[in-house]
Design a protein around this ligand. Structure first.
Ligand code: NAP
Length: 307
C-alpha cells in the first residue's frame, strides 16, 4: 500500500473541493484531492447550470467540474480517483485511508457534499436502474414515451417533473402535502405542461414490479384510501442528505448529519475544515460551495502556521 504525505488533503472533488484545491495549491501548499468517481460532484447530475455567474448561456455541470479540476491542476493540485474508506482526524498528521493507499495530511478539508434521500420503501434499492431513479436529468431519456411518477414537492421534484414531461407520455407528481413548496414560478409551468397530474396529500406506500417497476401504490392522508398508479418509472426527489458517515464520532454534526462549521469552515477538530453542501449553511449552491473553498484555503493557511 502506497503512503504519501501532503500539506492539505481534500476529500471530495465537487465545486467546494476544487475551489479549495485551487486556492491551496496557488498559495503554495502541497494539495491532494481524493475523489471516488469524477470531478464535479452533484453538479455532474444537474445538466445545464444557469445560476453560476460568468456563463451567460449556462454551462453543463460535468464540463464545469472538469474545468474546476483543470484550474486547480494548473497550480499543482493533484487528484487521485480513490474512495476514502477510513479517517483518523485526531492524529497529527491526519490519516486518510482509501481503497488503494494511505495518505498523511497536515490539514484535511471535507468536501463530500450531499446525496439523494431515499423513500425507504421495501425493494426501493433493488429496483434502482429498473424503474427507480433519483435524477431526471441523468435517467429521464430511458423513459421516452412512458408513464412515470415523481415523488416530492420541492424544487427538485417540480423541475424533475417538468424535465420528464418533455420526454414522457405522462407524469404524475405525488406529494405528501396538499400544496407544493417549490418556487412559485414553477407552479404555472406545471399546469401549462399539459401532461402532468398533481396528487397532493398522499404517500407512496409501495412499489409494484415484476422484474421492473410496473406501478406504485399511494395512500391518501385525508381518507386513508389507497390507489394504484401504473407506471414504468418512479423518480424520487425528496431532498438530500449529507455524506458524512465516514466522519461519524470524529467531528461535530447537527441533528441531520451536516458537519457543524461556520463561515470560516472550521469544524470542531483543529486542522479539519468542511466546505460546500456537507456543512451547516443557509444555501447549498455551486457558488456557495466554491466560496467556501476559497475561505477554507485561508483557514488552512492560518492553521498550518500554528503547527
Ligand atoms: P427540499 O426543498 O428539501 O424538498 C424536499 C421535498 O420532499 C419536500 O416537498 C418534502 O416534503 C418532500 N419529502 C421529504 N422527505 C420525504 C419523504 N420521506 N416522503 C415524501 N416526501 C418527502 O429538497 P429539493 O427539492 O431536493 O431541493 C433541495 C435544494 O436544492 C433546495 O434549496 C432547492 O431550492 C434547490 N434546488 C433548486 C432548483 C432550482 O432553483 N431550479 C432545482 C432543484 C433544487 P415536506 O415539505 O413535507 O417536508
Amino acid at each position: 500500500m502506497s503512503q504519501k504525505t501532503v500539506d492539505v488533503l481534500i476529500i471530495g472533488g465537487g465545486p467546494g473541493g476544487y475551489s479549495a484545491a485551487l486556492y491551496c495549491a496557488r498559495a503554495g501548499m502541497k494539495t491532494l484531492v481524493v475523489e471516488k468517481l469524477s470531478a464535479g460532484g452533484q453538479m455532474v447530475l444537474a445538466g445545464t447550470l444557469d445560476n453560476y455567474p460568468g456563463f451567460d448561456e449556462g454551462i453543463d455541470g460535468f464540463e464545469l467540474g472538469e474545468r474546476m479540476k483543470k484550474g486547480a491542476e494548473r497550480f499543482g493540485a493533484e487528484t487521485v480517483f480513490e474512495e476514502a474508506v477510513s479517517v483518523d482526524l485526531s492524529a497529527n498528521p491526519k490519516r486518510v485511508t482509501t481503497n488503494r493507499g494511505e495518505y498523511l495530511a497536515r490539514a484535511v478539508v471535507i468536501a463530500t457534499g450531499a446525496t439523494h434521500r431515499e423513500l425507504g420503501l421495501p425493494e426501493e434499492r433493488r429496483l434502482v436502474g429498473r424503474g427507480v431513479a433519483y435524477c431526471a436529468t441523468c435517467d429521464g431519456a430511458r423513459y421516452k414515451g412512458r408513464r412515470v411518477v415523481v415523488v416530492g414537492g420541492g424544487n427538485s421534484a417540480v423541475t424533475d417533473a417538468l424535465t420528464l414531461s418533455k420526454i414522457c407520455e405522462h407524469v404524475t407528481l405525488v406529494h405528501r402535502r396538499d400544496a407544493l413548496s417549490a418556487t412559485q414560478v414553477y407552479h404555472a409551468q406545471i399546469e401549462k405542461a399539459g401532461n402532468i397530474t398533481f396528487i397532493g396529500a398522499s404517500d407512496v406506500i409501495a412499489i409494484e414490479h415484476d422484474r421492473k417497476v410496473t406501478g406504485v401504490v399511494i395512500r391518501s392522508k385525508e381518507t386513508g384510501e389507497t390507489a394504484r398508479i401504473p407506471c414504468d418509472g418512479l423518480f424520487i426527489a425528496i431532498g438530500r442528505r449529507p455524506v458524512t458517515e465516514l466522519f461519524a464520532g470524529q467531528v461535530e454534526m447537527d441533528e441531520n448529519g451536516y458537519i457543524v462549521a461556520g463561515e470560516t469552515t472550521e469544524t470542531s477538530v483543529p486542522g479539519v475544515f468542511a466546505v460546500g453542501d456537507v456543512r451547516t449553511k443557509l444555501a447549498r449552491q455551486v457558488i456557495t460551495a466554491a466560496a467556501d473553498g476559497a475561505v477554507a484555503a485561508k483557514s488552512v493557511e492560518s492553521y498550518l502556521r500554528t503547527l
